[in-house]
Design a protein around this ligand. Structure first.
Ligand SMILES: Cc1cc2nc3c(=O)[nH]c(=O)nc-3n(C[C@H](O)[C@H](O)[C@H](O)COP(=O)(O)OP(=O)(O)OC[C@H]3O[C@@H](n4cnc5c(N)ncnc54)[C@H](O)[C@@H]3O)c2cc1C
Length: 282
């Protein structure tokens, strides 16, 4: 299988750097082909702007979506964008690895998403009708591919628990997992999160990397997060709200995940598998 790792950390000797190298070695040993987009090393341009296409549709005013569509459809995108899109098309699975910075991905990775996710590739796909609202949230150009986040946090696991001060990790990652990954069609695997990184020492590193290795071994078999498909009947169209009879009374992010019958899958909660998280020693 082909695996793309989109990776953002400025220091190769960091914990993230070690885990990224471990992932490459582990996957290659298992016979997979791996490409890494190391965004800091590539000096990736983070800002989406008028220089992202070789020829403007409108020279008077810059409309980001329109220019993205024009450039994507006509082969006018800047080369760095087109190269990353080729990697995405090539990949059977994509791993996004990053340290949690201000409760999200580093700005550089957000800039990769904004520029590489062109109109016609990641959004603006499919027809709109009474029965379908484009191909998104479970459909789209990346359908059939898998994606997984590998995230490190300074905060403790309890800080990210259901009643933790930072908010539940599933909620914090929802805009990435549901918005950035599920929207264009990826099957999204539960994240692999390393908490309380300051406590990672040699012994803990062995534990963390072994747990990560097991998740990588299960990349093709783990059940994806059971997000509800937009065009699968759970939502009214065009309002795109859950039908009254679906998860009645439930609101918030969790309402967009199907509850699984107990024992039906290897998930401890709708979003988290048993070995999602690795917490450093107290
Ligand atoms: C701008 C910014 C915003 C932040 N926002 C948040 C936030 O919102 N929420 C939050 O929880 N945290 C936040 N943090 C903390 C951040 O998430 C952590 O600092 C980060 O996840 C640590 O990852 P690292 O790769 O930089 O670890 P490193 O600092 O490189 O390493 C962590 C530990 O692992 C050890 N280690 C590294 N490699 C190995 C190895 N190969 N073998 C054994 N031990 C090893 C190191 O010695 C160190 O003790 C923020 C930090 C910054 C700079």
């Amino acid at each position: 299988m082909n695996v793309l790792i989109v990776y953002a950390h400025p220091e190769p000797k960091s914990l993230n750097g070690s885990l990224k190298d471990f992932t490459v070695r582990h996957l290659e040993r298992a016979g997979h082909t791996v490409q890494v987009s190391d965004l800091y090393a590539m000096n990736w341009k983070a800002s989406l702007d008028a220089n992202d296409s070789r020829e403007r549709l409108n020279g008077e005013r810059f409309y980001p979506s329109q220019e993205s569509k024009h450039a994507f459809e006509n082969g006018l995108q800047s080369e760095d964008i087109a190269r990353e899109q080729d990697k995405l098309k090539w990949a059977d699975a994509v791993i996004f690895q990053f340290p949690l910075w201000w409760f999200s991905m580093p700005a550089l990775m957000k800039g990769w998403i904004e520029r590489v996710y062109a109109y016609g590739l990641a959004y603006g796909v499919g027809e709109h009708s009474d029965a379908r609202w484009g191909e998104r949230y479970g459909e789209g150009k990346f359908a059939g591919k898998r994606a997984m986040l590998v995230v490190t946090t300074g905060g403790w696991e309890s800080h990210y628990s259901a009643r933790g001060i930072n908010g539940p990790i599933d909620d914090l990652l929802f805009p990435i997992q549901h918005g950035v990954l599920y929207y264009p069609g990826f099957d999204v695997l539960p994240p692999f999160v390393v908490y309380r990184t300051s406590r990672v020492d040699d012994a803990k590193y062995v534990e963390v990397s072994e747990a990560l290795g097991r998740r990588l071994d299960a990349l093709w078999n783990d059940a994806p997060i059971a997000f509800r498909q937009q065009n699968g009947g759970a939502y009214t169209i065009p309002a795109l709200t859950l039908r009254d009879e679906v998860a009645p009374g439930q609101v918030g992010f969790a309402a967009h995940v199907e509850a699984r019958a107990s024992g039906a899958a290897d998930h401890a909660t709708p979003l988290q598998p048993r070995e999602t998280a690795v917490m450093s020693a107290a």
